[in-house]
Ligand binder design. Structure first.
Ligand code: SF4
Ligand code: SF4
Length: 80
């Protein structure tokens, strides 16, 4: 089970790739799709690897992504 996930606001993204580069679990890549500004926003390729560490959010210059941790019981796969 993943320990966390990310929220991505694709329209804020400028496609710099910092989030992809700095994700310690290599869970992100830039999409082949474009947003309205013509940039490629990130998407998760390995959701199960995400720790919710929010390094992606700390490196994003445009506040377009942030990571969050699941509550401990959800991370263990138990009902909330
Ligand atoms: S929260 Fe951490 S593990 Fe998840 S995508 Fe962002 S940098 Fe990667
Ligand atoms: S760091 Fe932010 S602006 Fe750069 S590609 Fe990732 S989400 Fe987009």
């Amino acid at each position: 089970m993943p320990k966390g996930s990310v929220a991505i606001t694709t329209e804020r993204c400028k496609g710099c790739g910092f989030c992809v580069e700095f994700c310690p679990t290599h869970g992100l890549e830039l999409s082949s799709a474009f947003n309205a500004k013509g940039y490629h926003p990130p998407h998760m390729i390995s959701a199960e690897k995400c720790s919710g560490c929010n390094l992606c959010g700390m490196y994003c210059p445009d506040f377009a992504i942030f990571g969050y941790k699941y509550p401990a019981n959800k991370a263990k796969g138990e009902a909330a």
